[in-house]
Structure formats: structure tokens, C-alpha cells
Design a protein around this ligand. Structure first.
Ligand code: NCD
Length: 291
């Protein structure tokens, strides 16, 4: 299959090549694909991933074809494969897919157009990982030796799972913290929240994935905020030069205090900006036959 389904099968130099290309786009380099068309197939809600893919297409001269899930034949029982195969027959040059099923792309092995994974279940979110890496690289100029703490609903987070695998490979030390109910010791070494705040270079907050829970969170949102939320008081105890990241959507007053979301050490809006450039980079490499 072509495109970008996971970073797990790419080498570190290949991942760096994507980040370097995204940085070139950010510096103003351009490339154009006139006549190309792509479609976003989002089976789950999304603001940033969906619309930054669309912005990336527009910046590259690609026409985005609109897809309205509610008005499509999905409601009539059409499978993911048949929907993707239909858009391939209609002549699109690439599809972006977000779906609640882990590794949904296993069913799409015979599809020939590039597929870009906009998030699969709790498994992976490769372009989010790339934009997180780009943001870290811009900040620190390296990955080796940096300490990152992933905070929150680790068990249900595709961002945590995707980020941890690649970040460890790039030489970063990955810690996890959050409610025991959502812990997952395969992702990283457990660290107390306050120790993470004082010792890590990057505090990567995660949204509690309520929509994936089979049972209710066993602490209140207020208690979550008191134990694991980034408060003004915790920001004051962060290491000099340390940064806060969050894939968003943010829940102000739960993972993060409202005042902290745009504080000097927050890179949340920069992550969104970088998302457009990494998506331009992966689309370009795929349309050039390199991904
Ligand atoms: C994440 C997602 O949907 O996987 N957000 C994103 O893509 N920017 C995380 C989340 O929804 O919490």
C-alpha cells in the first residue's frame, strides 16, 4: 500500500526526511500538483487533522473533494473498502482516512492510490506524531536524550501509542503518567505527575478519550485536573526551556488550565501550524512516488 499508514515501518532517516521537507515548506518552498484531487474520509470527528489536510492540499494546488459521511452511502451499509474503491474509481489521487477501527487499512490492501492515515482507533496517528516531532525538533534541534512525559488517558490514545514508539527509536526517554484506570505500561515508564513537571523537557498532555471508554472514568474532572492537569502552579515548577504540547482538542479546566493553554511555554498552536507543513510533506512524497 502506498501513502502513510504508520511510521512504525519507516526508518529514522526516512522520518527525518519528512520533517526536513516540512521545514522547507514552512520556510516558503512550494510545489504544485495541478489537476490532482484528493478526498478526506473522516468516520470520526476531527477539526485539526481533517482541515489541515485540506489546507495542505490547497497549498499544493490539489483540489479537495468533499465527503459528507452523514449524506453518503455509509448509512446504507457500504463498507470502508467499497467507499474507498468508489473514490479511486471516480479518479481521486489520494485518500485521507480516519476510522475508529485499529489498523482499518488491513482491509484496503488492493487499493492503489496513496492512503494517508488520519488516525486509526487507539493505535496510531502518524501525521500527529510527525507534527509533534517537527515541533520538538524546531525547539531543541535534536531528539536524542530528551525526556517526554505523556500525560493522561494512555490506554485509549493513538497519539500516545504512535508517539512513544517513534520517540523511543529516535533516542528520547518516554515516560507516562495519568489515572491508573487508563495506564498502560507498554507505552513508557510510569512517572509521578509532579516529578514529570520538574524533570521532563516536554509535557505532552492528552485528552481523556471519553468516546472510547467502555466504563466511566472513576475520578471526577475536577479531581483529574488537580492530579494531572497543567495548572499555573505546575507551570512555575517546569524546567527552564521545557515546553507543553497537546494534540488538541483541549479541555480547558481538565487537562490544562485555560491560562496555561497559551502561556509562553505552550506550543499547542504551533503544533497546529506545523501540522499543515508535515501533511504537505507526506502528500508531496507520496505523489512523487516516494511514499
Ligand atoms: C487527536 C485524535 O483525534 O486522535 N487529536 C488530533 O488529531 N489533533 C487526539 C484527541 O482527539 O484527543
Amino acid at each position: 500500500m502506498r501513502g502513510l499508514l504508520t511510521l512504525r515501518t519507516l526508518s529514522s532517516p526516512e522520518i527525518m526526511e519528512i520533517i526536513e521537507l516540512a521545514i522547507r515548506f514552512k520556510k516558503g518552498w512550494t510545489v504544485n500538483f495541478p489537476g490532482k484531487k484528493m478526498v478526506n474520509l473522516f468516520y470520526e470527528n476531527s477539526t485539526r487533522t481533517q482541515y489541515s489536510f485540506q489546507m495542505a492540499m490547497i497549498n499544493l494546488g490539489i483540489t479537495p473533494v468533499s465527503f459528507n459521511l452523514a449524506g453518503s452511502s455509509v448509512a446504507k451499509g457500504e463498507t470502508l473498502y467499497d467507499t474507498v474503491r468508489t473514490f479511486e474509481s471516480l479518479g481521486v489521487d489520494g485518500v485521507v482516512i480516519r476510522h475508529s477501527q485499529d489498523v482499518y487499512y488491513r482491509d484496503l490492501e488492493t487499493i492503489k492510490v496513496p492512503i494517508f492515515n488520519g488516525g486509526d482507533g487507539s493505535s496510531d496517528h502518524p501525521t500527529q506524531t510527525l507534527l509533534d516531532l517537527m515541533t520538538i525538533y524546531e525547539e531543541f534541534g535534536r531528539f536524542e536524550g530528551l525526556k517526554i512525559a505523556l500525560i493522561g488517558d494512555i490506554a485509549h490514545s493513538r497519539v500516545a501509542h504512535g508517539n512513544a514508539e517513534v520517540m523511543k527509536r529516535l533516542g528520547m526517554k518516554v515516560y507516562v503518567s495519568g489515572p491508573e484506570q487508563f495506564s498502560d505500561d507498554k507505552t513508557g515508564e510510569y512517572i509521578e505527575m509532579d516529578k514529570a513537571v520538574e524533570t521532563c523537557d516536554i509535557i505532552n498532555l492528552l485528552r481523556v478519550q471519553f468516546e472510547r471508554h467502555k466504563e466511566q472514568m472513576n475520578i471526577s474532572k475536577e479531581e483529574y485536573h488537580a492530579r494531572y492537569g497543567m495548572t499555573v502552579e505546575r507551570v512555575a515548577r517546569m524546567k527552564k526551556n521545557a515546553i507543553i504540547m497537546h494534540p488538541a482538542p483541549i479541555n480547558r479546566g481538565v487537562e490544562i488550565a485555560s491560562e496555561v493553554a497559551e502561556c509562553d511555554c505552550s506550543r499547542i498552536y504551533k503544533q497546529m501550524e506545523n501540522g499543515v507543513y508535515v501533511r504537505m510533506a507526506v502528500i508531496t512524497l507520496a505523489l512523487q512516488g516516494k511514499l
